[in-house]
Design a binder for this molecule. Structure first.
Ligand SMILES: Cc1cc2nc3c(=O)[nH]c(=O)nc-3n(C[C@H](O)[C@H](O)[C@H](O)COP(=O)(O)O)c2cc1C
Length: 370
C-alpha cells in the first residue's frame, strides 16, 4: 500500500443508488434513485472533483408503510454503468459475502475494472440485516465470528482467483470448490481497493487484515480522533496501513439559519418516523455500526442522514466541519444530500474551494493496493 500523503482528504458520495438516499423523510424534494438521476450525478461528480461514489446494497425494503429505500439500484450493475460514463472518479460496489458467490463476484468485479480502466472498488459486507437473509432463504448467523469467518474465506478465494494463473481446488469451512480459475484478472495487473465498514471487534479486525479503507460512524471529530487511532493501531499490528473514513449528511445554504430551517423541515417536521424507528431497531439488533448510546440519542440524525454526522450551515460552517474531520486524522468522508443533483453544484462551488483555502486538499486515491 502507498504511504499516506499529508493533507490529502477524499470526498465521496454515499448511497445515491437508493431511493431517498440516506434521508428518512417524506418531503417531495427527496432523492429519486432513477438511473437518469444517477447518470447526471455521476457525470457531475466526475466533473467537479468528487473522489469516489459508494452505493448501498439493499435487497429488501423497510416494510409496507414507508418509501424509504423502496427502490434500490443493484450496486454492481449501477457501478459498472456509471464507470462506463465517467472518466476520473473511483466507484465502489458493495457485495454481501453471504449472498454473492466468490467465483461469480471475482469475474464481475474484474469485468467492471476493465470497463473503467481500473477505477472500480469493493465494499465487503459480512452481513447483519436478518430480513434479507430470510428473503433469500438463509439465516443470519447469531455470532459475528461466523459472519466474519465466511467473509474472510470469501475474500481469500477472490484474491486467489485474481492472482492465480493456474486452476486451484478450495476445501474450506464454507466453500468446497473444484478447479477454480478466473480470467480476466483486474485491469492492468493492479489491485482493486477494498472497503470494510464493520464496527464490531471482528469487523475492525477484518478491516485491519484486509481493507485499504475502514469506514466508521462517529459522533463527531472529537470522539472520531480516538477511533482513527484505534483502527490505525490495529492495522499496524498486522503490518498494514488502513485509511479511515467517516460519513456525513450535508445541508448547506447561503446562511446558517436557512440551512437549519431546511434541516428541520425535512428531518423533523416531515421525518418518516416509523421508518426511522424500524431502521434503528434492526441496527440495534444485529449490527454494531452504532453504539447503544448512539441508538438512544440519534433519532434526529437517523431522519436527517441515517445516523451520520450533520454538516449543516453556511459554506464556511460546512467547510469548517469537514476540516475538523481532516484535523482529527480522517482520510476522507462520504457525503449524502437530501437531493444529490440539486445540492452538489452549490457544495462544489462554495464549499470545495473553502476546503482548499483551509489547506484541505481533495485528491487522488491514497490506497490502491493491499
Ligand atoms: C459506510 C458504510 C457502508 C455500509 N454499506 C452497507 C451496505 O451497503 N449494505 C449492508 O447491508 N450493510 C452496509 N453497512 C453495514 C456494515 O458494513 C456492517 O455489515 C455492519 O456494520 C454490521 O457489522 P458490524 O456489526 O461488524 O458493525 C455499511 C456500513 C457503513 C458504515
Amino acid at each position: 500500500m502507498k504511504a499516506r500523503t499529508a493533507m490529502v482528504f477524499q470526498l465521496g458520495l454515499f448511497s445515491p443508488n437508493t431511493e431517498s438516499g440516506l434521508a428518512i423523510t417524506t418531503v417531495p424534494e427527496r432523492w429519486r434513485a432513477t438511473w437518469d438521476n444517477n447518470l447526471r450525478l455521476g457525470r457531475l461528480a466526475d466533473e467537479v472533483g468528487i473522489d469516489f461514489l459508494l452505493p448501498v446494497a439493499r435487497w429488501t425494503d423497510w416494510g409496507p408503510h414507508t418509501d424509504f429505500h423502496h427502490s434500490v439500484l443493484d450496486p454492481l450493475t449501477w457501478a459498472t454503468g456509471l464507470l462506463a460514463h465517467t472518466r476520473r472518479l473511483r466507484i465502489f460496489t458493495t457485495v454481501h459475502t453471504a449472498f454473492h458467490h466468490p467465483v461469480v463476484a471475482a469475474k464481475q468485479l474484474a469485468t467492471a475494472d476493465h470497463v473503467s480502466g481500473g477505477r472500480v472498488g469493493l465494499n465487503i459486507v459480512a452481513g447483519w440485516h436478518a430480513p434479507e437473509y430470510q428473503m433469500l432463504g438463509l439465516s443470519l448467523p447469531d455470532d459475528h465470528d461466523s459472519r466474519y469467518a465466511l467473509a474472510q474465506e470469501w475474500w481469500d478465494i477472490v484474491k486467489r482467483i485474481w492472482s492465480s494463473a493456474e486452476p486451484f481446488d478450495h476445501d474450506g469451512r464454507f466453500f468446497q470448490l473444484k478447479r477454480v480459475i478466473g480470467n480476466p484478472k483486474p485491469y492492468n495487473g493492479h489491485s482493486i481497493p477494498i472497503i470494510n465498514a464493520g464496527s464490531s471487534p471482528q469487523g475492525r479486525s477484518f478491516a485491519a487484515r484486509n481493507a485499504d479503507r475502514a469506514f466508521t460512524v462517529v459522533g463527531g471529530p472529537q470522539d472520531g480522533a480516538a477511533v482513527v487511532t484505534a483502527i490505525r493501531e490495529e492495522a499496524a499490528t498486522q503490518g498494514r496501513t488502513v485509511g479511515v473514513y467517516t460519513l456525513g449528511h450535508v445541508v448547506c445554504r447561503p446562511t446558517r439559519r436557512q440551512a437549519e430551517e431546511f434541516l428541520a423541515y425535512y428531518s423533523d417536521e416531515h421525518a418518516d418516523w416509523p421508518a426511522v424507528d424500524e431502521v434503528m431497531r434492526l441496527q440495534g439488533l444485529h449490527a454494531q455500526s452504532f453504539t447503544p448510546q448512539m441508538l438512544q440519542t440519534y433519532r434526529g440524525r437517523f431522519a436527517a442522514g441515517h445516523g451520520s454526522c450533520p454538516l449543516v450551515g453556511d459554506p464556511d460552517d460546512v467547510a469548517d466541519q469537514i476540516a475538523a474531520f481532516a484535523a482529527a486524522g480522517f482520510d476522507g468522508i462520504a457525503l449524502s444530500f437530501l437531493n444529490y443533483t440539486d445540492d452538489l453544484g452549490y457544495f462544489a462551488a462554495e464549499v470545495m474551494p473553502r476546503l482548499q483555502t483551509r489547506r484541505i486538499h481533495t485528491g487522488p486515491d491514497i490506497a490502491s493496493s493491499p
